[in-house]
Design a protein around this ligand. Structure first.
Ligand code: NAP
Length: 333
């Protein structure tokens, strides 16, 4: 019988790639989704190796208890669900609480009702490692050991800091639980920077995409006279993030590690330069900006340990940008 992996938040951009890759590798997957309609859609897309449990609100105490009681065959648990958008009016209620409570509820349920679960991977973020300062200060160095110094008060200042706080406090809660409760499972985290790359299924490319993929989708919505959007930072391809989630529980070297997934820096101008060079038919419709202006600057990112554990090369900026654009352009036809 194949190993069964529970994927919390199976509908997400990163999670869907991971579920697809897991199934291709022979795993069975039980996903949690927020409604039956969402679950049924995934069953159609993913086939018989996928089944689902409805967990409407991850922040509710005991949210996962029944799902885990029903699946004693699960031996690996991936927690990928967390609010990742900045369209919030109540930072604590909409970002901080679901991220933190969602994580602790999941880990408590695993300890109580899934003692057979041996490996747990929490999808954290670069947001739990870097900081607003690291985005600009070239004298800083960021690695798997670094923690975002954001405080609760700071996190309440605006939705971007709120998201940074949500990921930092949720990941800290996971490691604290692990240290204090001494559960049966081994914990690892995956900490990606901005994730680009195609959606797992072409049919899901419609309107506004998930927050990070929308940075590339948004370029195609610009008009000639618009200024170039201000996005800059670090990127990684979603297909590499998916592979990393699997290495995170398959590999001994990944035990109790934080995998910092970052290929390199990018800027919106660089994305636009790639768009113009690979899809010249858009030259008349989209702004040009300052071609060749280059990547952003910021803290030095050292993730040699992660790269060694993963043992594969990351997709580069041109690869991730071109594949994202190709899928969107095809879907818009
Ligand atoms: P996404 O497509 O927006 O997926 C988010 C997932 O979380 C969805 O399954 C969503 O369910 C679920 N979710 C959000 N809030 C929830 C809540 N309150 N209760 C239950 N489920 C909830 O985002 P993604 O980019 O794949 O992100 C997945 C994970 O990666 C998150 O933990 C995020 O913080 C992390 N991450 C993402 C990036 C990036 O650039 N994309 C970078 C670093 C880390 P619905 O589909 O039902 O809304």
């Amino acid at each position: 019988m194949s190993t069964t992996v529970f994927v919390l938040g199976a509908t997400g951009y990163i999670a869907l790639h991971t579920v697809k890759d897991l199934i291709n590798k022979g795993y069975s997957v039980v996903g949690s989704v927020r409604s039956e309609a969402k679950g049924d859609k995934l069953v159609k897309q993913l086939g018989e190796k996928f089944s689902y449990e409805v967990v409407p609100d991850i922040a509710v105490k005991g949210a996962f208890d029944e799902a885990l009681k029903k699946h004693p065959e699960v031996s690996v648990f991936l927690h990928t669900a967390s609010p990742f958008h900045f369209n919030v009016t109540d930072i604590e209620k909409q970002l901080l609480t679901p991220a933190i409570e969602g994580t602790t509820n999941a880990l408590k349920a695993i300890k109580a009702y899934g003692p057979q679960i041996k490996r747990v991977v929490v999808t954290s973020s670069y947001a739990a490692i870097g900081s607003a300062e690291a985005d600009v200060d070239t004298s800083l160095t960021i690695s798997e050991e670094t923690w975002n110094p954001v405080t609760w008060e700071k996190a309440l200042e605006n939705p971007i800091l709120g998201y940074y706080g949500s990921k930092t406090f949720a990941e800290k809660a996971a490691w604290d639980f692990y240290k204090n409760e001494k559960p049966n499972f081994i914990l690892s985290t995956v900490n990606p920077v901005y994730v680009f790359g195609p959606q797992a299924f072409d049919e899901d490319v419609r309107g506004t995409l998930n927050t990070s993929a929308e940075i590339i989708n948004g370029l195609l919505k610009l008009n000639k006279s618009d200024s170039v959007p201000p996005y800059k930072g670090l990127y990684i391809d979603v297909r590499d993030v998916s592979k990393a989630h699997i290495v995170a529980f398959e590999s001994d070297a990944a035990k109790e590690e934080r995998l910092l997934l970052s290929d390199d820096r990018f800027s919106s101008q660089q994305l636009l330069d790639i768009l113009h060079s690979k899809f010249p038919e858009y030259a008349d419709r989209l702004p040009i900006g300052n071609p060749g202006e280059g990547a952003s600057t910021g803290a030095k990112v050292v993730n040699d340990k992660t790269r060694k554990i993963l043992g594969f090369d990351f997709i580069n900026l041109e690869g991730t940008t071109v594949d994202t654009l190709k899928q969107i352009i095809e879907a818009n036809k």
